[in-house]
Design a protein around this ligand. Structure first.
Ligand code: IPM
Ligand code: MG
Length: 361
């Protein structure tokens, strides 16, 4: 089977980190995997090239591919553009356009990096949680939205939060299945659904539907938690969690928080999947324009995103583990980019980190 991968480097550090991930893919190709890489623009790069953060040519390529590898979008020079032209719109439109409703954001602490976390080592060592964020609904996409002038002449900004039953159901199923898989044959899966059901009707409905779906998964223990409490519990006792299922906006916030448990957001990959395991793979971090072009960004989140691609779209667990093991080996060798280096450790650059992973493959 040919693996058709659309590569969208995007902005800021995007091109640098994607270049290293592409080298990993090329190394796998020279080992005999049939991998086809095709490049296109997204975000600010799309705006610069075609006046659109999600150009038609990029959409076409992404729709035709089996999987998409994305760097990051955004940059200061685009901050004053009208909203539809902003880089973030490219990201939101590709997620929506490809129907990528299930966003998997694993937060794992590597033993080698346990001291890089801002939390005490004993709180985070061995941490392995999976945040499943719904990605194509919620207040991110709800209509109506805008800025309007009220009858009394005052201006008001407004957005609409809503979740339909089918949207909740399908992502809940993905969550329960992930929990089952993580528990293995003999374990009991655990999933915590996070909402704000004490205040929001959308959340009350979310909780009702997730509870209903849970009846099909008696092997998974479902719990519910309010999002404010979840934010607190994540830094108080993060190891109580296994799978966290939540909506788009809560997931956005909680996944950034969870990334810090692991030491650096530069280590966190993500997968955004449709109903058929087609996926978009990107690091959880942003385009970091302040360090772009300096060869100091950490490419590991993007490389680990390639591992997720092998696991979830191409069903090649063997290759996923091979990549993850190679990353572990480079960490074991003491190689660190600046974001994960402890005092006194030698720091290496983006390309050198890529070299090390390719060598360890
Ligand atoms: C993320 C980012 C995006 C989001 C932005 C860049 C639109 O923060 O992937 O978490 O809010 O989803
Ligand atoms: Mg975010």
């Amino acid at each position: 089977m040919v693996m058709k991968i659309a590569v969208l480097p995007g902005d800021g550090i995007g091109p640098e980190i994607v270049a290293q991930a592409a080298r990993v893919l090329e190394a796998l190709r020279s080992d005999g995997l049939k991998i086809e890489l095709e490049y296109a623009h997204i975000g600010g790069a799309g705006y610069d090239a075609a006046g659109d953060p999600f150009p038609a040519a990029t959409e076409k390529l992404a729709l035709a591919a089996d999987a998409v590898l994305l760097g990051a979008v955004g940059g200061y020079q685009y901050d004053t553009l009208a909203r539809p032209l902003r880089p973030e719109q490219g990201l939101l439109r590709i997620r929506k356009g490809l129907g990528l409703f299930a966003n998997l954001r694993p937060a794992m602490v590597y033993p080698e990096l346990v001291n890089a976390s801002s939390l005490k080592p004993e709180l985070v060592s061995g941490l392995d949680i999976m945040i499943l964020r719904e990605l194509t609904g919620d207040i991110y996409f709800g209509q109506p939205r805008g800025i309007r002038t009220l009858d009394n002449g005052e201006r008001q900004g407004f957005d609409t939060m809503h979740y339909s039953e089918s949207e909740i159901r399908r992502v809940a199923h993905v969550g329960f299945q992930i929990a089952l898989k993580r528990a293995g044959l003999n374990g009991k899966g655990k999933m915590c659904s996070v909402d704000k059901a004490n205040v929001l009707d959308t959340s009350m409905f979310w909780r009702e539907i997730v509870t209903e779906v849970s009846r099909e998964y008696p092997q998974v223990e479902l719990s519910h938690m309010y999002v404010d409490n979840a934010a607190m519990q994540l830094v108080r006792a993060p190891k109580q969690f296994d799978v966290i299922l939540t909506g788009n906006i809560f997931g956005d916030i909680l996944s950034d928080e969870a990334s810090m448990l692991t030491g650096s957001i530069g280590m966190l990959p993500s997968a955004s999947l449709d109903a058929n395991n087609k996926g978009l793979y990107e690091p959880c971090h942003g385009s970091a324009p302040d360090i772009a072009g300096k060869n100091i960004a950490n490419p590991l989140a993007t490389i680990l995103s390639v591992a997720m691609m092998m696991r979830y779209t191409f069903l090649r667990e063997d290759i996923a583990q091979r990549i993850e093991t190679a990353v572990r080996k480079t960490l074991q060798q003491g190689l660190r980019t600046g974001d994960i280096a402890e005092a006194g450790m030698q720091k290496i650059g983006t390309a050198a980190m890529g070299d090390a992973v390719v060598a360890a493959l």
